[in-house]
Design a protein around this ligand. Structure first.
Ligand code: GTP
Length: 593
C-alpha cells in the first residue's frame, strides 16, 4: 500500500454530538458496510455500549474511497478513558471535530481539541445536526472561529443523520489530512493504541505502524519486555481480515497469543526481536486507578462467583485492579480500583448483569498519599489501611483540573458550587455571547461525590464538564468511624476532610436510623474521629407494649411488669449484638452515590 494514499483520522466530539452516527454514515458512503447490513452505531458493538449510547472500547475500521485507504480510529468519549483517547489520537494525522449545532461547544469539545492540537493533528471542524430546526449554525460557527481560530470557510455543515454534507467531508479528509510520515526502511515501530482479550487468540493489539514493516516475525513489546510470535496480522474492514503484513502508516491489529492484557497495553511500542527499534514511542503511561470502592456480594455464597467474574473482567480490562478484603459485617469481598466513576458503574453493571451477582458497594474513595514520621510514604486507598494519625506527618489528596462551560445566566451558582466543593476558580473566559468557560481546580474526592450532578442541577442541565488529573496536595484528612451500639462498623468508615466529617457523620447516622430495624432495646448510633464522638443518634426501642392488654388493673402489677421488661432489656443489651441486614447497607450506601 502506498503511504501517500493513507489517511488516518479520529472523530472527536462531546457526548451525544453525533460521533457514532457520523461513523455509520462514513461506513455507508464508502461502501464498507452496505445499507442492508447497517445497524445503528455499527462500531459500538458491545451490548452495554449500545444501551448506554457510549463508546468504551477503541476500534479501528478500514475504508476504501477513491483509491485511498481511510482508517477511522474510534475514541472513547468519556474522561475516565482520556489516556486511551490520547493514545488513539496519537495514531492519527487528523481529526474530525464534530460539534452539535443545537448545543454548541461543550467541555469535552474543548478538551479533545486541546489534545488533538498538542499532538499536531490536522482538525476538520464540522457542524452536525443542521437538519434540526433548533440548530443555531451561524452562532456555533462564530464560536468555533473565535475559540479555536478556525477559518469560517473551513467549517463544514452536515447532518450525520440524513447524510447531507458527508460526501464533501470525505473529500476534505483526503484533501486536508496529511498522509502518515515514518520511514519504511527503519526497524519496526508500531504504536499500540488499544488492546483487548480474545478467548482464542489471547491479547489482540490494535496498532499503527509508525516505522518499518510488521510481518510474521518474532516480536517484542518494548515497555513490558514481553516476547511473542504473532498468531494473526489483520485489518478490520469492518470484519477482521488477515493480511500478510502492515507497512508504515497502516492501521490494523496483531493477535499476540499472550494471556495477560498488561503485557501489551495502550501506549506500548511493538518491534521485532531480530532488529529492534532503539527507541520506544513517547507517551506510555501505566493505568492508575484513582477511584476505589469495596464490593461485597449480597449473599456470602456468591464470593467465589465474584472472584471469578472480576478475574474474567480483568482479562479484558487492564485498568481494573482488585485485592481481597473482609469485613465482619459483610463477609468477604474486594477493594476495587477504577479509572473513574463511570468506569466503576460499567464494571458494577457487568458484574450484576452479565454475571448475575447482587452487590453491596462501599462509599467511593480516592487514593491518598501519606508520609509517616519515619519518613516513609505510602498510598492508601481504603479507610481500613489508614494509619494511626499519630504516626503521620502529612496526608495528600489528588486534585483535578476542571473545565466547565456554562451559559452566562448560570455562572454565579456554578461558581458557588465549585467553591462549596473546595474548588479554586481560575480563569473565567467569555467565549461567546452566551457562554462562559471556567477553569478551576478541585480535589478529586469532591468530583466523585456528586459534583457533576449538582452542577447539572444548578445549570438546568446546560453546564458541561471535563477534567484531568493533576497533582497531590496536602489535606487535613481524618478517618470517620461509624459506631453502632458502640462497635465500629468498618464498612461504613470513610476517609474525609476534617471540616466535612461532622456533617457527613450526621448524614450517615440519619440514614442508619431510617434503615436499621429497631431492636428490643435502645441502640446508640455514633460518628467518631478516633476516640472523639462528633455526632450521636439513638435508635428507639421497638417497645412491646406489655401493658396494652391490661385495661385498668392495679398499678402494682403494672409496675412489676415494666420492671421485668427492663431487666430483660438489660440482659439483651449485654448479649445483644446488632446485625445490620445487607439490605440496610445497600440503602445507607446507595443514598450516598
Ligand atoms: P457518544 O457515543 O455517547 O459519545 O455519542 P455520539 O457522539 O456517538 O452521538 P450519537 O451518534 O450516538 O448521536 C447522539 C444522538 O444524536 C442520536 O440520537 C443520534 O440519532 C442523533 N444524531 C446524530 N447526528 C444527528 C443529525 O445529524 N441530525 C439529527 N437530527 N440527529 C442526529
Amino acid at each position: 500500500m502506498k503511504q501517500q494514499q493513507i489517511r488516518n483520522f479520529a472523530i472527536i466530539a462531546h457526548v451525544d454530538h453525533g460521533k457514532s452516527t457520523l461513523a455509520d454514515r462514513l461506513l455507508n458512503l464508502t461502501g464498507t458496510v452496505s445499507s442492508r447490513d447497517m445497524r445503528e452505531q455499527f462500531l459500538d458493538s458491545l451490548d452495554l455500549e449500545r444501551e448506554r449510547g457510549i463508546t468504551i472500547k477503541l476500534k479501528s475500521v478500514r475504508m476504501t474511497y477513491q483509491g485511498y485507504t481511510l482508517n477511522l480510529i474510534d475514541t472513547p468519549g468519556h474522561v475516565d478513558f482520556s489516556y486511551e483517547v490520547s493514545r488513539s489520537l496519537a495514531a492519527c494525522e487528523g481529526a474530525i471535530l464534530v460539534v452539535d449545532a443545537t448545543q454548541g461547544i461543550q467541555a469535552q469539545t474543548l478538551a479533545h481539541v486541546q489534545k488533538a492540537q498538542e499532538l499536531g493533528l490536522t482538525i476538520i471542524p464540522v457542524l452536525n445536526k443542521i437538519d434540526l430546526p433548533t440548530a443555531y449554525a451561524e452562532e456555533t460557527k462564530a464560536d468555533l472561529v473565535s475559540t479555536f481560530g478556525f477559518l469560517d470557510s473551513d467549517i463544514l455543515a452536515i447532518s450525520a443523520k440524513t447524510g447531507a454534507g458527508v460526501q464533501e467531508l470525505l473529500t476534505e479528509i483526503i484533501k486536508k489530512i496529511p498522509a502518515p510520515t515514518g520511514l519504511a526502511n527503519e526497524p519496526l515501530q508500531a504504536l499500540v493504541f488499544d488492546s483487548y482479550y480474545d478467548e482464542h487468540q489471547g491479547v489482540i493489539a490494535a496498532i499503527k505502524v509508525t516505522a518499518g514493516q510488521l510481518s510474521q516475525t518474532k516480536m517484542l513489546a518494548k515497555h513490558s519486555g514481553e516476547a511473542f510470535d504473532p498468531i494473526q496480522i489483520g485489518v478490520n474492514s469492518p470484519k477482521p481480515t488477515t493480511v500478510e503484513n502492515l507497512s508504515t502508516g497502516e492501521v490494523g491489529f496483531v493477535a499476540t497469543g499472550l494471556k495477560d492484557l498488561s503485557a501489551v497495553r495502550a501506549g506500548e511500542t511493538l518491534t521485532t526481536r531480530d532488529n529492534p527499534a532503539t527507541q520506544a514511542l513517547p507517551g506510555y503511561k501505566e493505568a492508575k486507578p484513582v477511584v476505589f470502592m469495596s464490593v461485597y456480594p449480597n449473599s456470602g455464597d456468591d464470593f467465589l462467583n465474584l472472584k471469578k467474574a472480576l478475574e474474567k473482567l480483568r482479562l479484558t480490562d487492564a485498568a481494573l485492579s482488585f485485592t481481597p478484603e473482609s469485613s465482619s459485617a459483610l463477609g468477604f469481598g474486594y477493594r476495587v480500583g477504577f479509572l473513574g466513576l463511570l468506569h466503576s458503574e460499567i464494571i458494577g453493571e457487568r458484574l450484576e448483569r452479565d454475571f448475575g451477582i447482587a452487590l453491596i458497594y462501599s462509599l467511593p474513595s480516592v487514593a491518598y498519599e501519606v508520609t509517616k514520621t519515619n519518613g516513609e510514604t505510602e498510598v492508601i486507598n481504603s479507610p481500613i489501611d489508614f494509619p494511626d494519625p499519630s504516626i503521620l506527618t502529612e496526608v495528600r489528596e489528588p486534585w483535578t483540573m476542571l473545565s466547565i462551560i456554562v451559559p452566562n445566566q448560570y455562572l454565579g451558582p456554578s461558581l458557588d458550587l465549585v467553591k462549596e466543593h473546595r474548588g479554586i476558580i481560575g480563569e473565567i473566559k467569555y467565549f461567546s455571547a452566551s457562554k462562559v468557560l471556567v477553569a478551576a481546580e478541585m480535589p478529586l474526592k469532591e468530583l466523585i461525590i456528586g459534583f457533576f450532578d449538582e452542577l447539572k442541577s444548578v445549570s438546568s442541565g446546560f453546564a458541561s464538564l471535563d477534567y484531568e488529573l493533576g497533582d497531590y496536595r496536602a489535606a487535613d484528612v481524618v478517618k470517620l468511624n461509624i459506631l453502632v451500639h458502640n462497635e465500629v462498623v468498618p464498612a461504613l468508615s470513610e476517609l474525609i476532610i476534617r471540616d466535612q466529617a461532622e456533617a457527613e457523620g450526621r448524614k450517615i447516622l440519619g440514614r442508619l436510623k431510617e434503615n436499621l430495624p429497631r431492636q428490643q432495646f435502645a441502640v446508640s448510633l455514633q460518628a467518631a474521629i478516633g476516640g472523639h464522638i462528633i455526632a450521636r443518634e439513638d435508635l428507639q426501642t421497638y417497645r412491646k407494649d406489655v401493658l396494652a392488654k391490661m385495661s385498668g388493673g392495679d398499678q402494682r402489677r403494672k409496675d412489676k411488669l415494666t420492671d421485668l421488661q427492663k431487666r430483660g432489656k438489660k440482659k439483651m443489651r449485654l448479649i445483644g449484638k446488632i446485625s445490620i441486614p445487607a439490605d440496610a447497607y445497600r440503602k445507607i450506601l446507595a443514598a450516598n452515590s
